[in-house]
Ligand binder design. Structure first.
Ligand SMILES: Nc1ncnc2c1ncn2[C@@H]1O[C@H](COP(=O)(O)OP(=O)(O)OP(=O)(O)O)[C@@H](O)[C@H]1O
Ligand SMILES: [Mg+2]
Length: 1119
């Protein structure tokens, strides 16, 4: 891989082009020449370290090759790709040019060489189709690398060897080294290209020894343990300030996010942004570290039982609020103040936030004016501001919320600019005022409070005694203290609110997995051990916290382990280690621990810093505490990481951390909802803003009347409580917050199985590749790494109860359906089946080395993997079978439904048809009866006409026969058989060939009958029931001889007929009953009924008997 490609993986601003292929060409040329590419026997990860560092590779024996070839390779392998020639340029290279026109010759030459090679040593190909060439892959070397990766493998375990080993690796840029299951991380002080997604893939569920040590491997170990054992994990990162804890924490989050790939990409993006956002508010530049964490952070990443990331939660501890108002020389305020000032400056929005443009606010200004220069000239601050805006957006903060946050930050900067002056009058000398109202007004404006009320709160305070409210004034110093206390409180609560808000936005979706079922990996990144020239209360707290973490480490690595050897009767050489428990007791115990004494002294109004140090000296009589001679207000502590001298001045005041109730009341009346909220929500015991939303009633109740009256509306939806409820100024001190914070942190940590990452700072100058043996040794000693190496070498880091062991690993030796007893024998069976040595069995526990557990877990994962494959196949097969069955059932169901419907439909039609048949039969019978009556009457009248009548009747029958023969030869016989059968035949013909065009046309050629058709006026559809009805009725009307109608049925018939004619627009008036006239062929009624216009005559011929046409009208009349 070309160096620029490797660089691109790490640095977002670097790029590469097609010339990286030219590099590959050079590498291929070497491979062709030497038989192997450069660094071929090195582990790929190490190769990636080496390529950017090493000079460009060359042939193994350049002197054996012609000058052109060497030069060609050197041109291809120019490290700076901008200077490297492109392929087009290389075509003009003499080495290539000589080959022009000799392609065939060269091919033959090459073929010959290959042939010779084949005879000399037959080619063996590896799994990846790579040719094994002269040099075999040196397994011994690989082993050697692995051995060096873990200090436990060292034969000699003294300080020198360990330091030498670490130094050698550091120079090779191998910054990570194992001590058993503990990772040592040396700060490289330069960007390395070993954190790309490719590396993430490398460290995904593989054996630890398969890859060089890496922070990703620690993250992977924690993740795999969590998934395999369904147990919470905790990664503890410790080390001095500037040793790389925060960077390591970022990398762990990055890798865990990769491992716990959730489908929800947005969530992943959010989680990756969290650290940047929180650190912009909680980190600052110190004398030691430009990005020093000024708070303790415990980030819990939440996963589903199957290992998909589903949310995150941050717990923050002990933000160093005092930094807001004052920073030591060479240090800076929290990053966010610079980012926001630069961002607003470049966006020309400073005036909108009432921030001065010419001079930076006092809280972020420095004497040299460098800050302002950097803000105006450097792009980095502005870009950081944009990055923070991006973080806010990605995580899900609303625009309004972000705006409120900016206003509060601008408010804090403006508050810092408020100056006080003494007012001396005859009676009163300790009064203060604000001589320049501009800053005050600016602050009040952006915080949406009244400037007068703000001034009052700063320069005076209320004392309530015996029901009376007395207003007292503040001196200049006191007013400045109140101002600073206000700034600190504002910032502290704002920070807390941001963390709470992030937690809300990143909380897991309850639909995915309930919180109880989820699993956590906690990552602890606290402020590192500090020893400045002047150390104050903040450093004391930071260092006590580090003592606590060291104690936790000692407990897990040494104390618990050795205690178990004793209890379980294991014969193991005890390892000496420095136990810092007595020192911790000196700080934390009650009532005579340092913090308890500090709290006690803080309650005495007359106590001073001097009395405090005296008190310490009187009570803390142990080897860890001393008081240096000749230095006032100082005391020294011998920490695990070295001796630190603390300056006690201001410690009492810092511990009290008082915020006057007057200030709280003013801030609660702000129109800025967020600000209201910050001072209405109560603080927790750890000094953070509680996450709950309180009740409205409490809010309105507690607001003092003079604030609610005449003041712009306070949003009562937000909580407003009595100041004392939220400021806790009387009861809580910083020391008590600190104590609770430690308790809270430990309670979270002990839940998970710990994994340790120990960060080491190789030098104090923050220089890459500089390894200070003294500094590293001091850190190794203080953190007990040397002892850790020996305990990991000799000891058994994992002690598992028989029961638990059998439960976890019984698949390795027993069948799945078996339930082996939780006994020694079962454990032995498992251990032997897994081919492990050097394990020991105690009375109730299996004692394993750290690498045993890894091996067992891998074996287990393999078995589980196979089970999963089996299950997947079985589930697949079952699923397919189920699907087939369902499909068959459905298909059958469809057939059943279809046949049922067909049956139903056929029956329904049949019923209708048979009804109509019988109706038709009735009509036909009536017609025939009518004609018979007529004939007999005619016979009676004239005997002479007899022959003619019979011949007429014969003619009709003949006519029908003829027409039926033409249209339906089959039906002919039926029709001629009996007159009743005419209708029957018609009906059956209709039902059989409902869609037949001829018959359908025939059927609906007759007009609607008003009384019988339900769709009056609408043309009857072919094959429809209307059509059928008409077809059956038409012959009845047409064949009927006009006659005098007199029966009631006849009357009805005529009535209906009249109605139809009227409806059809007949010019004839409806006739009254009794005015009935005999219809003849010329009658309009017949004309209107006649289909003759629409049906061609030839088509109609078959039914001419039933349907009159104008030409037949005469014969009808005649008839
Ligand atoms: N893995 C790394 N790769 C590159 N640079 C690193 C790495 N680790 C640390 N650094 C460098 O060291 C600096 C300090 O690291 P970091 O802020 O993580 O220290 P820290 O231990 O968190 O210190 P503090 O206790 O003051 O917060 C980083 O800003 C970065 O420049
Ligand atoms: Mg840090």
């Amino acid at each position: 891989m070309a160096p620029e490609v490797i660089a691109c993986e790490q640095q977002y601003d670097s790029s590469y082009d097609a010339r990286c292929d030219v590099w590959s060409l050079g590498i291929t040329a070497i491979e062709l020449g030497d038989g192997d590419p450069p660094l071929f026997d090195m582990h790929p990860v190490k190769t990636l370290f080496k390529i950017p560092r090493n000079p460009p590779p060359t042939l193994l024996y350049p002197e054996k090759w012609c000058e052109e070839f060497n030069h060609f390779i050197s041109q291809c392998l120019i490290k700076d790709f901008e200077k490297r020639p492109s392929v087009t340029h290389l075509l003009d290279h003499p080495f290539i040019k000589v080959a022009h026109g000799k392609v065939l010759f060269l091919q033959q030459q090459l073929a010959k060489v290959l042939q010779d090679q084949k005879h000399l040593n037959p080619v063996v190909k590896t799994r990846h189709e790579r040719m094994h060439t002269r040099r075999p892959y040196r397994v011994e070397d690989a082993e050697k690398y692995c051995l060096e990766d873990d200090l436990v493998n060292l034969e000699v375990l003294d300080e020198d060897t360990i330091i030498h080993q670490l130094q050698k690796r550091y120079v090779d840029l191998l910054i990570y080294t194992y001590v058993g299951d503990i990772l040592i991380a040396l700060n490289p002080f330069q960007n390395l290209s070993i954190y790309s997604p490719q590396f993430s893939r490398l460290y995904h569920g593989v054996k630890r020894v398969s890859n060089p040590p890496h922070i990703f491997a620690s993250a992977d170990a924690a993740y795999q343990c969590m998934v395999t054992f369904s147990k919470d994990q905790c990664i503890v990162i410790s080390g001095e300030s500037g040793s790389g804890k925060t960077e390591s924490a970022h990398l762990i989050v990055q890798h865990l996010t990769f491992l716990g790939k959730a489908n929800n990409q947005t969530l992943r993006e959010k989680i990756l942004q969290v650290n940047s956002l929180v650190e912009a508010f909680g980190n600052a530049c110190t004398a030691i570290n430009d990005n020093s964490s000024r708070f303790g952070k415990y980030l819990e990443m939440m996963f589903t039982p199957t290992g998909a990331v589903m949310g995150a939660r941050i717990s923050e501890y002990l933000l160093e609020k005092s930094r807001v108002i004052k920073q030591a020389e060479g240090e800076k305020n929290f990053h966010i103040f610079y980012y926001i000032y630069a961002g607003l400056y470049h966006q020309k929005k400073l005036s909108e936030f009432r921030l001065p443009e010419e001079k930076p606010p006092r809280y972020i200004a420095d004497e040299t004016g460098r800050v302002m220069h950097d803000i105006t000239s450097k792009e980095s601050y502005r870009r950081q501001f944009e990055a923070i805006q991006h973080c806010f957006r990605i995580i899900g903060f609303t625009h309004k919320e972000v705006h409120s946050v900016y206003r509060i930050l601008a408010g804090i900067l403006n508050i810092g600019n408020i100056e006080f002056a003494a007012i001396s009058s005859q009676h009163q000398t300790d009064k203060s005022e604000v001589p320049n109202a501009e800053a005050l007004e600016n602050a009040a404006c952006v915080l949406c409070i009244s400037p007068q009320e703000l001034q009052e709160a700063l320069t005076s305070y209320c004392v309530v005694t015996r029901g009376e409210t007395i207003i007292r004034t503040n001196t200049v110093d006191r007013a400045a203290d109140v101002r600073d206390a206000m700034s600190k409180a504002l910032y502290g609560r704002l920070f807390s609110w941001i963390v709470n808000r992030i937690n809300t936005l990143l909380q897991p979706d309850k639909n995915i997995c309930s919180a109880e079922d989820g699993l956590n990996v906690g990552i602890l990144d606290i402020f590192g051990f500090e020893n400045f020239q002047r150390n104050s209360f903040e450093q004391l707290c930071i260092n006590i916290a580090n003592e606590q973490i060291q104690y936790y480490f000692n407990q897990h690595v040494f104390a618990l382990e050795q205690m178990e050897y004793k209890n379980e009767g294991i014969d193991a050489t005890p390892v000496e280690y420095e136990d810092n428990r007595p020192l911790l007791d000196m700080f934390l115990q009650k009532p005579l621990g340092l913090l308890a004494l500090l709290d006690e002294e803080s309650r005495f109004p007359r106590a001073t810093d001097q009395t405090l140090v005296d008190k310490f000296e009187d009570n803390l009589r142990c080897k860890y505490f001393w008081r240096p001679k000749g230095v006032e207000l100082c005391f020294g502590i011998h920490h695990y990481a070295g001796k630190v001298l603390y300056d006690a001045s201001g410690v009492l005041e810092k511990n009290r951390d008082t915020l006057p109730a007057d200030v709280v009341v003013v801030l609660r009346t702000s129109k800025n909802k967020l600000l209201q909220q910050l001072f209405s929500i109560p603080l927790t015991k750890t000094g953070n803003l509680a996450q709950t939303r309180a009740r409205i009633t409490a809010a309105s109740r507690s607001l003092p009347p003079h604030f609610s009256a005449g003041r712009a509306k306070v949003d009562t939806l937000e909580v407003i409580r009595h100041p004392e409820e939220t400021t806790n100024m009387k009861r809580q001190t910083m020391a008590s917050y600190f104590r609770y914070s430690l308790m809270d942190l430990l309670s979270k940590m002990v839940v998970g199985q710990p994994h340790f990452v120990r960060c080491i700072k190789p030098n104090d100058d923050r220089e890459a590749l500089k390894f200070s043996r003294e500094r590293v040794l001091a850190q190794l000693r203080s953190t007990g790494i040397l002892e850790t190496v020996s305990i990991r070498q000799q000891g058994y880091s994992h002690r598992i109860l028989f029961e638990e062991f059998v439960k976890r690993y019984y698949y390795l030796a027993f069948r799945a359906h078996q339930t082996p007893l939780a006994s020694k024998e079962s454990c032995v069976a498992i251990l032997e089946k897994s081919r492990l040595d050097d394990w020991v069995l105690g009375k109730t526990k299996v004692f394993l080395k750290y690498y045993h557990v890894e091996q067992l877990n891998l074996l287990l994962r393999e078995v589980i993997g196979r089970v999963v494959v089996l299950q997947a196949y079985t589930k697949g097969w079952l699923g397919a079978r189920r699907y087939r069955r369902v499909r068959e059932k459905r298909e059958k169901g469809a057939v059943v439904i279809q046949s049922a419907w067909r049956g139903y439909d056929a029956r329904r039609k049949f019923k209708k048809i048979s009804n109509r048949r019988s109706e038709s039969a009735v009509h036909i019978r009536a017609v025939l009866r009518g004609s018979v009556d007529h004939k007999s009457s005619q016979q009676a009248e004239s005997n002479s006409g007899h022959a003619q009548t019979s011949s007429n009747s014969l003619a009709i029958t003949e006519k029908i026969r003829y027409s039926q023969a033409q249209s339906s030869p089959k039906g002919c016989g039926v029709f001629t058989g009996h007159p009743n059968k005419v209708a029957e035949h018609l009906a059956s013909e209709h039902s059989v060939s409902g869609t037949d065009s001829l018959s359908s046309r025939t059927c609906h050629a007759a007009p609607d009958h008003p009384g019988l058709s339900p769709s009056r006026g609408a043309p009857a559809k072919p094959g429809s029931e209307n059509g059928l009805a008409q077809k059956q009725r038409t012959p009845h009307r047409r064949c009927q001889q006009p006659k005098m109608l007199s029966s009631p049925e006849d009357t009805m018939y005529y009535n209906q007929l009249n109605g139809t004619l009227e409806y059809q627009g007949s010019k004839r008036k409806p006739r009254k009953l009794g005015q009935i006239k005999v219809l003849d062929g010329e009658d309009e009624y017949y004309k209107s009924l006649s289909p003759v216009d629409s049906i061609p005559e030839e088509d109609n011929s078959a039914h001419s008997f039933f349907f009159s046409s104008s030409s037949k009208g005469a014969s009808f009349a005649h008839h």
